[in-house]
Design a binder for this molecule. Structure first.
Ligand code: UTP
Length: 289
């Protein structure tokens, strides 16, 4: 199984980040000096993905523009001899083959993924949620693809969380196959701590097989009245193998304020431009408490 295509659902309304997301898509909010979406596309490319479909909706055309050339800015930079800045601006337009489609109604993540059917065709594909940014040695999507290829299965990125946290995510019923890799036998969306199958939650990364599309076509609205990807994958696991990968990376949910701020601070600390400054600034702040 070779995974060469990825889908990035970015059509959500971003209500947890209002008012910033009233006119700016949350995927375009900067984490230090790049919009969040660029980190996601970088992860896909570093994982061996060649073609990427971003699912957007009305009011998110800034995303399309970001992966296009910007002749006015680029021309001005070249004319003033700012070659390095030019390269930075050009980069996003040349990172991968990036395609766009709109989800015309915000009917949930499962419905968003369904919009990728024609792009994906009959191949396995990766799904990277637009607001989950990962920091780790090996790209998380690569970790999932490796497991998917080894087991000839779909793969879900999971991590342990507390019983209070699990009700924000989907929990998985699992049995261990090898260190950090499990066979998935069931799952449920936003369970109460009692309903949760395990302490492992699905967190923003998937490798799916194309059989999921027939299922999603017929998946009724579930939790919150939305067509849930988890409900589709739950059915998929009855008919084809799925593994869960306890991925090795730190995850930032940049779709909410604490996660967004954590990412901002950690990525700033890693930045060659502002890392040392950020460290001194934080030390000074902490001394003041
Ligand atoms: P979220 O649960 O984070 O929803 O979606 P949201 O609308 O983006 O944000 P809030 O909760 O209102 O603040 C998880 C992922 O699914 C995508 C989102 O873009 C995000 O990547 N999504 C969700 C869609 O693409 N379409 C949908 O209809 C719903």
């Amino acid at each position: 199984m070779k995974v060469k295509k990825a889908v990035i659902p970015a059509a959500g309304l971003g209500t947890r980040m209002l008012p910033a997301t009233k006119t700016v898509p949350k995927e375009m909010l900067p984490i230090v000096d790049k919009p969040a979406i660029e980190y996601i596309v970088e992860e896909a490319v570093a994982s061996g993905i060649e073609d990427i479909l971003i699912i957007t909706n009305r009011g998110k055309s800034a995303l399309d523009d970001y992966f296009d050339y910007a002749p006015e800015i680029e021309g001005a930079l070249l004319r003033s001899g700012k070659r390095a800045e030019f390269e930075l601006v050009r980069r996003s337009a040349q990172m991968a083959n990036v395609f766009f489609i709109r989800q015309k109604e915000t009917k949930g993540l499962g419905h968003a993924v369904l919009q990728a059917r024609h792009f994906v065709g009959d191949e396995p594909f990766a799904v990277l949620l637009g607001d989950d940014i990962m920091m780790g040695e090996v790209p998380v999507t690569r970790q999932l693809i490796d497991a998917a290829e080894r087991y000839g299965a779909a793969a879900l990125g999971v991590q342990r969380c507390t019983s209070e946290e699990i009700s924000k995510y989907s929990s998985v019923e699992i049995t261990e196959l090898e260190e950090r890799i499990y066979r998935v036998t069931d799952m449920n969306e936003k369970p109460s701590p009692k309903e949760a199958f395990s302490e492992f939650a699905i967190l923003g990364r998937y490798v799916l097989t194309p059989g999921v599309f027939d299922i999603l076509e017929n998946t009724p609205p579930g939790y919150g009245g939305e067509i849930q990807l988890t409900d589709g994958i739950r059915e998929l696991c009855q008919v084809s193998p799925i593994v869960a990968v306890d991925f090795d990376a730190r995850r930032y949910d940049t779709g909410n304020l604490p996660g967004f701020l954590e990412a901002m601070v950690d990525f700033a600390l890693e930045s060659p431009q502002v890392g040392a400054w950020m460290r001194d600034f934080l030390i000074e702040k902490v001394r003041g408490f």
